[in-house]
Design a protein around this ligand. Sequence first.
Ligand SMILES: [Cu+2]
Length: 296
Amino acid sequence: MPYLTGTDFDLTVSRFPIRVNGRMTHAVGVNGTVSAPLIRFREGDDITLRVHNTLSKDTSIHWHGLLVPFQMDGVPGVTFPGIVPGETFTYRFSVPQNGTYWYHSHSGLQEQMGHYGPIIIDPKGADPVVYDREYVLVLGDWTFMDPHRLFAKLKKNGESLNYRQRTLRDFVQDASSGGLGSALRDRAMWGRMRMAPRDIADVDGETYTYVINGHATADNWNGVVLPGERVRLRIINAAAMTIFNVRMPGLPMTIVQADGLNVQPLEVDEFQIGVAETYDIVIEPKETRAFAFVAE
Ligand SMILES: [Cu+2]
């Protein structure tokens, strides 16, 4: 992942070709990469970020979780007018916080098209989290379908992309295993809630290709870790609408930070990360072997 550090940054928003899962497609994003470059600076520094818009449409950048003056928040129509085609907007702020955050477009459906990236703010003093190595893992849900078309489909019918609906056959099976009365009561309960029992997500893996740092599973993004090292993983859910269950089979994970705030370290085997959340974890692999990072 490209990496920008210091106090002065130039970011260019454009449309560009990328390859996802071996397939050529187009993204809208920052500095020609998905995810956008990692922006890293120090707590309390005066930051200048010039955002150039080379699109034919308006764009913007919202600094998710950063305590900035409202004029710098980057939400078009609320705290600033947006960045029109050909224009440059200069964001200036300093923030009294540190940790793992992220940034994304607040214009149209650009975030779904790849306009998102990570932010690391290093603490002014010593970092209470001790680590030998770190990686940033930005989770996303890429769609090869034009997101405007995807959105239009969902507006017409919220379940149009859910191909796992219950069928008459399921009902007959329920009735034969648990009795007709129980099967009918179960259907009536879901009916009263006006909800489909298989409505876990409006859009799932049939439509989305899940990515880590812009790479699909087959692209096999990987990071080197050595036995005995304390490795900090900064995990950011930059997906448009996907909640992930995260685990590393065979490796306990210690959560040390949530949404940029340090927490009492907590060891877990799995955790759930909602849209726009960030979690920092520390892993300590003891053996020389490959571990899988699973975001399901
Ligand atoms: Cu946000």
